[in-house]
Write a protein that binds this ligand. Structure first.
Ligand SMILES: Cc1cc2nc3c(=O)[nH]c(=O)nc-3n(C[C@H](O)[C@H](O)[C@H](O)COP(=O)(O)O)c2cc1C
Length: 300
């Protein structure tokens, strides 16, 4: 059975990745799970400067998942290189740095500083709903997405994965723009815009009002987006959103994803990605699938 998945020049040992912002910089999970079983690790967003993130509370639990407004809190690119990369470079899985910025130049600068360190690739986060300075405009405009992707593409030969926001009218247009700009893959989806109000205080729980919904409630949204995007582009799609078990991951692979990422599930139970991988292998065995791409042939 062949579990590998190719993204540009990078080969993932298996199709089960861990999603940006839910797995820190990897070392946080070192003592909890066998990191050798992770197919691809997507780091917390990396920006030029250190970002303390948004005011607390930044997380609210809902009946079907969690709402967050972290605000891209991260150590900044220089500390990422000095303090986080040495550990990440010891891992056998693919490691993608999730890159964010508030202008095209900032994305380019992060990628240029990281490039000599030979990561497996970059995941361009176009879609963070919590950054006010313009990130949201990048992710919602096909022209901007193509421009940003092409600008980063011109600076690096490493695989580029563009992460899409579901908070748009037509996600397939954005996916096509990323492909036209030179992306090697897309990630589908980031969190869904949401809100929670405390009826006692009559205020939103998150200080900024809205946040990004993740977890089980968004699985059907991510799945429909993945299904549509996989038919709109010719590059691999990472399916992400609400996967809590092997069944969820298999649904994404059947919908047309080449690989999956688990996010919120890592908080609920860090061992989920190992169990999801075991479940995928069992399903492939029971259904006579020889390679991960075989999942794609069942649904038109
Ligand atoms: C606490 C938290 C932080 C996140 N931080 C990032 C981030 O820095 N960059 C990014 O592209 N996505 C980020 N995400 C989005 C996840 O990578 C993922 O796309 C989303 O949570 C949907 O997947 P899930 O339902 O499996 O969690 C974050 C999600 C959560 C819950």
């Amino acid at each position: 059975m062949d579990l590998t998945v190719k993204v540009g020049r990078t080969v993932l040992p298996n199709p089960v990745g861990v999603a940006s912002g839910t797995f820190g910089y990897g070392s946080e999970y070192e003592r909890l799970i066998d990191l050798d079983r992770v197919g691809a690790l997507f780091t917390k967003a990396v920006t030029i400067e250190f970002r303390p993130g948004n005011q607390v509370p930044r997380i609210v639990e809902t009946s079907s998942g969690m709402l967050n407004s972290i605000g891209l809190a991260n150590v900044g690119v220089e500390r990422f290189i000095a303090e986080k990369l040495p550990f990440l470079s010891t891992l056998s899985c693919a490691v993608f740095a999730n890159v964010a910025g508030s202008s095209v130049d900032e994305y380019i600068e992060v990628v240029e500083r990281l490039d000599p360190h030979r990561l497996s690739g970059y995941e361009i986060n176009l879609s963070c709903p919590n950054v006010k300075e313009g990130c949201i405009a990048f992710g919602t405009s096909p022209a901007q997405v193509e421009r940003l992707t092409a600008a980063v593409r011109a600076r690096t030969g490493a695989p580029l994965v563009v992460k899409l926001t579901p908070n748009v009218t037509d996600i397939t247009e954005i996916a096509r723009a990323a492909e036209a700009g030179g992306a090697d893959a897309v990630t589908c989806i980031n969190t869904v815009l949401g809100m929670v109000i405390d009826v006692k205080t009559k205020r939103t729980i998150l200080p900024g009002g809205t946040g990004g919904l993740s977890g089980p409630g968004i699985l059907p949204i991510g799945l429909a987006a993945t299904y549509r995007v996989a038919r709109a582009v010719g590059i691999p799609v990472f399916g992400v959103g609400g996967i809590m078990d092997a069944d969820g991951a298999i649904q994404y692979l059947l919908a047309g994803a080449s690989a999956v990422q688990l996010g919120t599930a890592n908080f609920a139970d860090p061992s989920t990605c190992g169990r999801v991988l075991d479940g995928i292998v069992r399903y492939m065995d029971e259904n006579g699938l020889e390679r991960v791409s075989d999942f794609g042939r069942f649904i038109d």
